[in-house]
Design a protein around this ligand. Structure first.
Ligand SMILES: NC(=O)c1ccc[n+]([C@@H]2O[C@H](COP(=O)([O-])OP(=O)(O)OC[C@H]3O[C@@H](n4cnc5c(N)ncnc54)[C@H](O)[C@@H]3O)[C@@H](O)[C@H]2O)c1
Length: 395
């Protein structure tokens, strides 16, 4: 039986904002109903009002606004997702926390270290629930690999090789958007690099140092922005490319974990032909596990448990024994698979559990302090680049 009602708003109705709007709508449909509050879908905000209105209509929210201050001022809203450009996170988060709202903020925490530190401090002094959207931790296949690594099934984990290759910026005629502005390291590294780096730590534990950092900005000018760009994939306008791209299109670096394991990460937003390719391999002394987001409903596993003569990589379909899978969908059996969209629902459910004091065994959403640490890793990569690839310890 649902015990009470909590009201939700989403600020930002672009690509990820609509996904949060959907997740809050779905949040009561997974993992049973005992003790789960009713979720009232109160408001969607986007500075570009047609996006807010369209998302409110599509996902069943009561009202739309173009001004986030309306959400801060509204007494009928308990929980807010911040899903706008990274440089706006701090100001909005600070105002919401002061107004007593619980805040789920998208990754990366901000686009600079100073704001990230400030948000960690705001969190430390707050009596509301705060969290950051490192949602790949909730992907059943990725969470299963973390479970295998943690449980020793792969032996001692020695190496992590991760890449997140996207092509949303591969066309030089795609107009400039907030993603292309900000310091070096806030481009591909802050955007998709923050996710794959968090996955590396989720599976292999804390990163101690980075080295070999390299950035490249391949397309240094783009046409001016037009209204209503979503996900950095704005339609080409035919305008001349006059606006300067400030940050990295490609980032590469090596990682050294506290455990002694090593690895490397490569990320890109100009990887022609790969719209959304997150892949990694984890090597242990007794096994190897691999994941490819294009084959989201499975992992590849090789270990020493197979009978003699039958060793080799095997396809393991995600299923009810994987984290989040059982009860995570209306068809929770192997072969149905799972997607990137569902992990947002599981993330919102974990956040709702924390807000409502419900313990369903879901790990809490990582804190803003964790988000600040992730920003320090990105900063260490930027310092490694500036120092010709030198080793930089994480503060
Ligand atoms: N967790 C994930 O998998 C994931 C995926 C994509 C994006 N993100 C994160 O989500 C955030 C948004 O990314 P996106 O891809 O949705 O961006 P987007 O550009 O598609 O959408 C951002 C929206 O914010 C609106 N906006 C701009 N200024 C605003 C303001 N002052 N008040 C209210 N709305 C404003 C824009 O009109 C736009 O619709 C970023 O922090 C990004 O890193 C996370």
């Amino acid at each position: 039986m649902a015990s009470k009602t909590v009201s939700v708003a989403v600020i930002g109705a672009g690509m990820a904002g609509r996904t949060h709007a959907n997740a809050w709508r779905q949040v009561g449909t997974v993992f049973g109903t005992d003790g789960v509050p009713n979720v009232r879908l109160a408001a969607i905000c986007d500075a570009y009002l047609p996006f807010a209105e369209a998302a409110a209509k599509s996902y069943g929210y009561e009202r739309a606004t173009a001004d986030w201050h309306d959400i801060v001022a509204a007494d009928d809203i308990d929980i807010v997702s911040i899903v706008v450009a990274n440089r706006l996170h701090r100001e909005i988060a600070e105002a919401l926390v002061k107004a007593g709202k619980h805040v789920l903020c998208e990754k990366p925490l901000t686009d600079n270290l100073e704001d990230a530190k400030a948000m960690a401090e705001i969190e430390a002094g707050a009596d509301v629930v705060t969290g950051i959207g490192f949602g790949y931790r909730r992907h059943p296949s990725i969470a299963e690999i973390a479970k295998l690594a943690d449980g020793g099934a792969l032996g001692q984990v020695m190496q992590f090789e991760g890449r997140y290759w996207c092509d949303y910026g591969a066309d030089p005629n795609v107009p400039i958007a907030w993603r292309y502005k900000g310091p070096m390291g806030s481009g591909a590294l802050g955007d998709v690099g923050s996710h794959i780096t968090d996955v590396a730590e989720f599976i292999c534990g804390p990163i101690k140092a980075v080295n070999g950092g390299t950035f490249a900005t391949v397309i240094d000018k783009r046409p001016p922005a037009v209204e209503g760009i979503s996900g950095g994939r704005g339609a080409t306008t035919g305008a001349e490319a006059t606006e300067t791209v400030e940050n990295d299109d490609i980032a590469k670096f090596n990682i050294i974990f506290e455990s002694g394991a090593i690895g490397s990460i490569g990320v890109s937003r100009v990887a022609f032909g790969l719209p959304n390719s997150l892949q990694f391999d984890v090597f242990g002394t007794r096994g190897r596990a691999s994941f490819d987001l294009a084959r989201s409903g499975e992992i590849t596993l090789d270990d020493t448990h197979s009978p003699a003569g039958l060793r080799g990589p095997k396809q393991v379909l995600s299923g009810p024994d994987f984290p989040y899978y059982k009860g995570g969908s209306s068809m929770d059996f192997s072969g149905v698979g799972n997607t990137q969209i569902e992990q947002f629902t599981y993330q919102c459910r974990a956040f709702l559990d924390s807000v409502s004091g419900l313990d369903e065994g879901l790990p809490p959403v990582p804190s803003w302090a964790h988000g600040y640490r992730a920003m320090r890793i990105a900063d260490a990569v930027a310092r490694s680049v500036a120092a010709g690839g030198a080793t930089v310890e994480i503060d």
